[in-house]
Design a binder for this molecule. Sequence first.
Ligand code: MLT
Length: 410
Amino acid sequence: MARINDSYLKLKAGYLFPEIGRRVKNFAEANPNAKIIRLGIGDVTRPLAPAVLEAFHQAVDDLGRGESFHGYGPEQGYDFLINVIIDKVYKPLGVSLKSSEVFISDGSKCDTANILDIFDLGNKVALGDPVYPVYNDTNVMVGRSGEADEKGYYEGLVYMPCLEENGFLPELPQEQVDLIYLCFPNNPTGTVASKAELKKWVDFALEKNALILFDAAYEAFITEADIPRSIFEIPGAEKCSIEFRSFSKTSGFTGVRCALTVIPDGVFGTNNNGEKIQLNKLWNRRQSTKFNGVSYPVQKAAAAVYSEEGWKQVKETIDYYMENARIICEGLKQAGLSVYGGVNAPYIWLKTPQGLSSWDFFDKLLNECHVVGTPGSGFGPSGEGYFRLSAFGDRENIQEAVTRIKTKFT
Ligand code: MLT
């Protein structure tokens, strides 16, 4: 009989969002008349921008004609999309990239997980707590950790608590680490890092020969001036960082699937003999072997996000979600709750009232307000006593949810 990867058995619970889905399904079956408002998983609700949709349609039509048909595309992505990203996304930030440094993929979730393929198990990994669960769980899955302790910390991984006391910003690890996950704007806390804060990390990584895995999936939601949108805005980051970005939240592609990973040529790891090896080359080899690229119509649709018309429309939707975030923050503050995030990120991180545990608050909110959120403890032990609400809903639902919460908790 096939022997399994025992590391999977170390995982404490099911993946967070399916577990929430299971509880909500049970509740909905038992309460068929309840109008449930879902602000749990950060899934977009607004339709695709018209300019994006048009490009998508046209590209599908291309596939229906012999002269414009496309079969396999480049595993790394089409140049028409890569060049748009370099010119429209990175150049305005003062970041110059070569097309071979950008890899198009079907999602940042997959990329942040798959990147582990190119690293030795002996690397020490540091990650935030709370954190996007994928970073933690995929390191457990590949066998980089021991068992979890009673709090939920896996042996061998280095956790950096992000607490109210430190403004939900991780502190530099005291021990030698090799891979450091950073996510700004942060999922789940909505915190952002200033340039000075990111510089601290880049300097640390350069000094300690560590690599930063920077998840910038929510950069499009930054509203305040001077907050960096890319780690590569920080000098030296091009020697010690990999950046992940996504079209999912930026332009409503959670169901369409498109993302990108940037690995500058100046980023190296070492082999068994201590020789320096370019990570870009390894990732290219990995993608060419295990991935066949994102479909042509999806990449055409993604390129249209950054057309003049496309970006105007996409930005309207981003603003719509951020107005939702403002409504949630304001309403919860009026209800006397302690609220964080929601200014540069589509997530609101709140302290559970009455000292309730995250899951108890989840159940209370579901049972009494028919509102679904995400328990903070699902993102790590330091998330206990916190709760995340997503601003990706319809305005009417957001207003209704806030009214219900205010009525219950004021
Ligand atoms: C979340 O709710 O944290 C995100 O939707 C998860 C994801 O992007 O995979």
